[in-house]
Design a protein around this ligand. Structure first.
Ligand SMILES: Cc1cc2nc3c(=O)[nH]c(=O)nc-3n(C[C@H](O)[C@H](O)[C@H](O)COP(=O)(O)OP(=O)(O)OC[C@H]3O[C@@H](n4cnc5c(N)ncnc54)[C@H](O)[C@@H]3O)c2cc1C
Length: 549
């Protein structure tokens, strides 16, 4: 077995060794040339926020021999702005004038002054004017999902346009206290999923149809949106917004300045790494076996299908939990069982958006200026199906509505055509706003089918402790370091979580990085040569000895 590997790797070793022996600096990666093998100090898999922050930290501490491999044709991962000219995640200088970016992924920065990503972006002018008033138009506050005065609630009374009723504040307040708050205390004793707990709650109460549907909406839609989980997987004893010390900070989210967009912001931040990022380069293998003390990362070039091997001291893997669950990356040797069990046991859900934009300014007068619009549907089955809408028109400069679906409803719509999705969304909007015209621009996401993400974000699962799981998922396996949103503990599902894990990964990686990389690489390859040559010599002696007798 060992001998086969030796032969298979001789050409690789000789190329690497000859490069190392020349004393030349490690190969820098040009965006045009396509070498067969590359020799760098550190590889980062994925150019989302986790990968970007790890790379910036490494670069800032003097480790410039980096390669960031990104499978997509853009930087930013789950922060993805679609610009008015159709481009995805372009740096500010390349944005069209009067751009109205559509946020397909993350839209807000959930953070405060004490956070690192906030500070980084704020200092560079990448965030809108900071205002801690959650009701201001300059910040986009979430508040407690759906249950505060930032939301307009409509109660569906029929199935034709206009057949809904806007609830007044008193009605909303009593719904909130009679059902949501009451369910909140009921669920603290549930060890099951929200779905089971909700049914138990329904059975124990005599709720009106409005109360029942209101609670369905809050759990299916708000709960799903916060977590991306199916509610039959989501533990009922967890609140939607995190019930940790950071809970208060979720009330306010900072957005990018008008016309910029959060995905474009990621591209802007990554400009400083431009010569180190290789797009359209999907990592297919991570091998820590063949060359002792090294990691061989193999990636596939999208345009040619050819494979390139990168030899490095260490690798940071920032891909999503569902990508780890898939067999997209072949680890050699396979990851240890504790890691595989974690990956399989943890949960990552799906959440999608349908974004509608109108050119006609007067359209915005048709719907309320409040930030959230919720439709309390009249059937259990439709309570989470395009019933939650965000109104970011004030921030976007154009009438815009963003519809959300999550969990099961998000998976269902991924199999529908764009026309079917738009028709469902428009039909719900017409119940509330009968005169709403057809939108001029429609963007629909399908995150579950995005091949390099395969979902929205990680979430709690019944019977597991997410914080323990997440922290263990972030533990390295030798020279393979893990980062990304799912390893962010209490900051799960956020960009700041991803950012923080990148910073942690950079620290962990530094132990494998040296000031004199070429010398270190050369000596470890000598060890590798010795490791393989000795068994080869033994086999040859055996061969000649057998031939002689
Ligand atoms: C619809 C939606 C809305 C969201 N809204 C918010 C929000 O408002 N605020 C917020 O804070 N968070 C939000 N999030 C979550 C946030 O976007 C993520 O937590 C964060 O962007 C994750 O960053 P990451 O670097 O960990 O992972 P990713 O962004 O997924 O980056 C990983 C990168 O790895 C790449 N990759 C995958 N496989 C390979 C491979 N084999 N080889 C090379 N590269 C590979 C991917 O293409 C990707 O670019 C939202 C997410 C979604 C989907």
């Amino acid at each position: 077995m060992r001998l086969v590997l030796v032969l298979a790797n001789l050409p690789l070793l000789s190329v690497v060794a000859s490069e190392a022996n020349t004393g030349r600096p490690p190969a820098t990666v040009s965006s045009t040339s396509e070498p067969d093998e590359v020799f760098v100090e550190a590889v980062i898999v994925g150019a989302g926020w986790a990968g970007i922050s790890a790379a910036i930290d490494l670069q800032n501490s003097g480790h410039s021999s980096l390669l960031i491999l990104e499978a997509n044709d853009y930087v930013g991962g789950r922060s993805k702005s679609k610009n008015s000219d159709g481009t995805i995640n372009a740096p500010p200088a390349e944005l069209p004038s009067n751009n109205v970016p559509i946020e397909m992924g993350s839209e807000w920065l959930y953070e405060t002054e004490r956070g690192s990503q906030y500070t980084y972006l704020k200092r560079r002018g990448y965030l809108s004017k900071v205002n801690t008033d959650p009701y201001s138009n300059e910040t986009l506050a979430l508040g407690k999902c759906g249950v505060n005065s930032l939301t307009s609630f409509y109660w569906q009374t029929g199935s034709s346009p206009g057949q809904s009723q806007l609830l007044n504040n008193t009605e909303v307040k009593s719904l909130e206290s009679d059902t949501w708050q009451s369910y909140n205390s009921f669920k603290s004793s549930c060890s099951s999923s929200h779905e089971q707990c909700k049914q138990a709650y329904f059975n124990s109460r005599n709720l009106s149809s409005l109360q029942r549907q209101y609670l369905n909406l809050i759990i299916d839609s708000c709960g799903g949106m916060d977590t991306s989980a199916r509610i039959d997987e989501l533990p009922a004893n967890k609140t939607f917004t995190p019930d940790y010390e950071i809970e208060n900070y979720w009330y306010t989210g900072y957005m990018s300045p008008q016309g910029v967009g959060f995905g474009n912001t990621a591209a802007a931040v990554a400009e400083q790494l431009k010569d180190k990022i290789r797009l359209n380069s999907k990592v297919v293998g991570i091998n820590t076996y063949t060359v002792p003390g090294k990691v061989i990362v193999t990636y596939e070039v999208a345009s040619s299908g050819s494979q390139v091997r990168v030899i490095a001291n260490s690798v940071v893997v920032t891909v999503s939990l569902n990508v780890l669950k898939s067999s997209n990356i072949n680890f050699v040797p396979q990851l240890p069982s504790w890691k595989r069990n974690l990956i399989n046991g943890m949960g990552m859900g799906v959440m999608n958006k349908c974004v509608l934009v109108w050119d006609d300014e007067s359209v915005s007068h048709l719907f309320p200026s409040k930030k959230w619009i919720e439709l309390i549907s009249n059937q259990d089955a439709t309570s989470g199906r395009w019933t939650t809408f965000l109104n970011p028109s004030a921030q976007k400069g154009k009438p815009t509505l963003v519809g959300w679906v999550s969990g099961e409803d998000a998976m269902r719509m991924e199999d529908q055509t764009d026309d079917e999705v738009k028709a469902e969304m428009m039909s719900n909007l017409k119940l509330m706003f009968p005169d709403i015209p057809e939108p001029d621009r429609v963007v629909i996401t399908r995150w579950g089918k995005e091949p390099n993400v395969l979902g929205a974000y990680s979430h709690h699962v019944v019977g597991r402790d997410f914080l323990d799981d997440s922290s263990a998922l972030g533990n390295p396996v030798g020279r393979i370091i893990f980062a990304g949103e799912a390893t962010a503990g209490p900051w799960l599902g956020t960009t700041v979580g991803a950012w923080l894990t990148g910073q942690r990964a950079a620290i962990e990686m530094k132990q494998y990085l040296t000031a004199d990389f070429v010398m270190e690489a050369s000596s470890s390859l000598a060890t590798a040569d010795a490791n393989y040559i000795m068994p080869m010599v033994a086999v040859l002696i055996l061969y000649f000895w057998r031939a002689l007798i």
